[in-house]
Design a protein around this ligand. Structure first.
Ligand code: BDR
Ligand code: CA
Length: 313
C-alpha cells in the first residue's frame, strides 16, 4: 500500500538525497508535499533548493511550500560551513522552474492534516522541527491526522555534532523539538548514533556517479562537496549521510534496529541546550515516547539509494 507522507526539510545535500529517494519510490510513498524550513541555510534558499530537487526528479506534481523563516524562540543558526553558500553546493543548479505555493507551509500542514483520515499522514522531518511544532500549537486538532513523525535529529551515545551535547536539527529549534517530543504522537528518531554508521565513502559516491543519469551525477557532486568538511571533522572515510535514513526506514525497515525509550529535550539555557536526553537503560521509570534507532545495515542502505536514484532522470 502507498503511504502518504509530507517531507519537512531544510535542503542541504543530505536532505537532497532523502527527497530524491522518496520521489523515486512512488510505489511505496505518496509524497503529498515538501515543506521547507529555515535550517542549513535561510528559508529563501531552502525553499528554492526543494524546488530544484523536484525539477531534477521530474516529479513536478509534488508541490513545494515555504514554512517558518526562523525558530520559535532562538535566533536562526545556519550551517554554510558544512553545506556551502547555496546549501546544495557541489552541483551546478539552474534556477528552479517549479513554482513556490502561495500558502504558508504551516497553514498547508494544518489543512492537509485536518483533511486526512485519522493517522493518515506520516510526517518525515529532515530539519529543525519549527513548522511541525507551529502547526501543533496553532491548531492542536491537526495532530489527529498524523500517523507518525519520523525524524532525523539528536544523538545520545555519539554526543552532538553542533555542540558537544546537541545535534544541529534539535539545537536550531530546541523549543519546537520539545513541543514535538512532548506531544504524545507516535515518534521515530534516526539520530547521529545511526547516521554516523552510514558514511558516504568515495566508493559509494563513485557508484552514484556511475549510474549514468543526471541525478547520479548531481548526487555524487553534492556528496563530494559535503565530504570535504566532515572527513576532516570526524577523521573518517566519508561524511555521515543523515537525512535519507528517514526515508530508507520507511522503504526498508529491516535496515534499522533500535528501541522504544523515553526522550526529552533540554531547553534550559546552558551547556546542554538542545540535547536529546534518552533514558536508554530505563533508569527513570518514565514512559517511553520514541522509537530510537541505533543500528543500520549501511551497505543495504547505500544499495537501496543507488537502485532507487537510478530510476530518476
Ligand atoms: C542534520 O543537520 C543538517 O546539517 C543535515 O541536513 C541533517 O539534517 C545532521 O545533524
Ligand atoms: Ca537536513
Amino acid at each position: 500500500m502507498t503511504r502518504p507522507i509530507i517531507i519537512d526539510t531544510d535542503p542541504g545535500q543530505d536532505d537532497a538525497l532523502a527527497i530524491l529517494l522518496a520521489l523515486a519510490s512512488p510505489e511505496e510513498l505518496d509524497v503529498r508535499a515538501i515543506v521547507a524550513v529555515a535550517g542549513n541555510v535561510p528559508l529563501p534558499l531552502t525553499q528554492k533548493n526543494a524546488r530544484r530537487l523536484v525539477d531534477l526528479s521530474g516529479r513536478t506534481d509534488v508541490p513545494v511550500y515555504a514554512g517558518c523563516p526562523r525558530p520559535m524562540v532562538c535566533p536562526l543558526r545556519t550551517a554554510e560551513n558544512v553545506h556551502g553558500r547555496s546549501g546544495l553546493d557541489g552541483h551546478d543548479w539552474p534556477e528552479p522552474a517549479t513554482p513556490l505555493q502561495a500558502q504558508h507551509g504551516v497553514d498547508y500542514l494544518i489543512e492537509a492534516l485536518m483533511a486526512a483520515d485519522e493517522g493518515g499522514i506520516t510526517l518525515c522531518t529532515l530539519g529543525p522541527l519549527t513548522n511541525i511544532a507551529m502547526a501543533l500549537v496553532k491548531e492542536p486538532r491537526c495532530a489527529r491526522g498524523i500517523g507518525e513523525i519520523v525524524m532525523m535529529g539528536g544523538g545520545f551515545f555519539e554526543g552532538g555534532n553542533t555542540t558537544p551535547a546537541a545535534e544541529f536539527n534539535i539545537l536550531v529549534d530546541p523549543h519546537a523539538a520539545h513541543v514535538v517530543f512532548a506531544s504524545g504522537l507516535k515518534l521515530t528518531l534516526l539520530p547521529l548514533d545511526v547516521t554516523h554508521q552510514a558514511l558516504a565513502t568515495p566508493a559509494r559516491i563513485a557508484r552514484f556517479a556511475a549510474l549514468g543519469n543526471k541525478t547520479g551525477k548531481a548526487c555524487a557532486g553534492m556528496l563530494s562537496f559535503f565530504n570535504r568538511h566532515d572527513v576532516e571533522k570526524y577523521g573518517e572515510d566519508g561524511a555521515p549521510l543523515h537525512d535519507p535514513c528517514v526515508i530508507a526506514s520507511l522503504l526498508q525497515p529491516d535496515l534499522f534496529a533500535g528501541k522504544m525509550v523515553p526522550v526529552q529535550i533540554d531547553i534550559a539555557p546552558g551547556l546542554t541546550l538542545g540535547m536529546t536526553v534518552m533514558d536508554w537503560w530505563g533508569v527513570t521509570g518514565e514512559a517511553a515516547n520514541c522509537m530510537v534507532m541505533n543500528r543500520i545495515n549501511a551497505d543495504g542502505y547505500f544499495d537501496l539509494l543507488a537502485k532507487r536514484l537510478a530510476r530518476l532522470p
